[in-house]
Write a protein that binds this ligand. Structure first.
Ligand SMILES: Nc1ncnc2c1ncn2[C@@H]1O[C@H](COP(=O)(O)OP(=O)(O)OP(=O)(O)O)[C@@H](O)[C@H]1O
Length: 253
C-alpha cells in the first residue's frame, strides 16, 4: 500500500464535495482518476497532496495518517502538479525546476551534485533542456505545463499526483508524458479527461460522479458502454484494441 484513502469526506460550508471516498493506490502503479466536470477529482487530489484537510475519514501514506506527517516530510515524497499551475512570473525554466529540490535541501547545505542531476534528468525527460534559460512568461501553455512536470520529477517523489497534466499538450507530448509517467515505476495518481489515453496507460481506474466513487478496477472492467452512458452521458462502443489490447472507445455521432 502506498496511498490508502478511507471513507473520506470533504465539505465546503454545507455542501458535501467528497462523500465516502475509499480506495488504494498500489505501489509503483499508475492510477487514473476519471469523472465528468465537477465530479470531485481536483478536490480529491488536493486532499491527497495535503493542501486541504478532510472533514471525515483519513488518508494514509505508507500506513501513517497524513495529518500526523509534517509538510516537509510530505513534500519529500509526494509531488503534485496542479491543473492551473502557475509560478512567479520572473523566473527562468531552470529556476522553476530547481524549486523541486527544495524539500530535500537542508538549511546549510549547498547545491549538491544529486540536486544537479535530478534537475538535469527532469529537464531531459520532459523535453525542456533546450528551453532551460527561457523566461517563464515567454513559454507556451504546453511548455509551462512540461516545466511544472519537470519540477515535480526533480522532486524525486515516491508518489506523483497529476491533475489533468495533458490538457495543454499537443498529441505528441500527451502520449510522451503518459508514457513517461507509466515508465517511472513510482505510484502515480493522474486525473484525465481522455478516456482512451487512460485506458491505454493506466493500470487501474477510479471513476467519480457527484463526489462519490462509482467504479474502480482495471480499464477493461471499468470502461463499459453502460458506464459511459450512465456517468459520462455518451453513446459509445468499446472494443479491445488490436494494437495495444486495452479497451478502445469509439464515440458514436
Ligand atoms: N471553493 C469552492 N466553493 C464551492 N464549491 C466548490 C469549490 N471548489 C470546488 N467546488 C465544487 O466542488 C465540486 C467538485 O469540483 P472539482 O474541481 O473537484 O471537480 P473536478 O472533477 O476536478 O472538475 P473538472 O473536471 O471540471 O476539473 C464542484 O461541484 C465544484 O463546484
Amino acid at each position: 500500500m502506498s496511498i490508502k484513502v478511507d471513507n473520506l469526506v470533504w465539505k465546503i460550508g454545507n455542501k458535501t464535495i467528497l462523500d465516502s471516498v475509499s480506495f488504494e493506490a498500489k505501489p509503483g502503479k499508475m492510477l487514473g482518476l476519471l469523472g465528468p466536470n465537477g465530479s470531485g477529482k481536483t478536490s480529491l487530489l488536493r486532499l491527497l497532496a495535503g493542501l486541504k484537510k478532510p472533514d471525515g475519514g483519513q488518508i494514509l501514506l505508507e500506513q501513517k495518517d497524513i495529518r500526523t506527517i509534517s509538510r516537509r516530510a510530505i513534500a519529500q515524497r509526494v509531488a503534485f502538479v496542479e491543473q492551473h499551475a502557475t509560478t512567479n512570473a520572473n523566473l527562468g525554466v531552470i529556476d522553476v525546476v530547481k524549486l523541486g529540490r527544495f524539500p530535500h535541501r537542508s538549511l546549510f547545505a549547498g547545491w549538491t551534485r544529486a540536486d544537479e542531476e535530478a534537475v538535469e534528468t527532469a529537464l531531459e525527460r520532459t523535453g525542456m533542456s533546450t528551453k532551460r534559460n527561457d523566461r517563464w512568461q515567454s513559454l507556451s501553455g504546453g511548455e509551462k505545463q512540461r516545466t511544472h512536470i519537470a519540477r515535480a520529477l526533480a522532486q524525486a517523489p515516491s508518489e506523483l499526483i497529476l491533475d489533468e497534466p495533458t490538457n495543454h499538450l499537443d498529441v505528441q507530448h500527451q502520449i510522451g508524458l503518459l508514457r513517461l509517467v507509466a515508465g517511472l515505476g513510482i505510484t502515480s495518481i493522474i486525473a484525465l479527461h481522455d478516456l482512451n489515453h487512460a485506458a491505454m496507460f493506466c493500470d487501474e481506474l477510479i471513476v467519480m460522479k457527484g463526489g462519490r466513487i462509482v467504479a474502480t478496477g482495471a480499464p477493461d472492467a471499468v470502461l463499459t458502454e453502460d458506464l459511459l452512458r450512465n456517468v459520462f452521458a455518451v453513446d459509445a462502443r468499446v472494443e479491445a484494441s488490436q494494437y495495444h489490447g486495452r479497451p478502445h472507445i469509439h464515440y458514436l455521432r
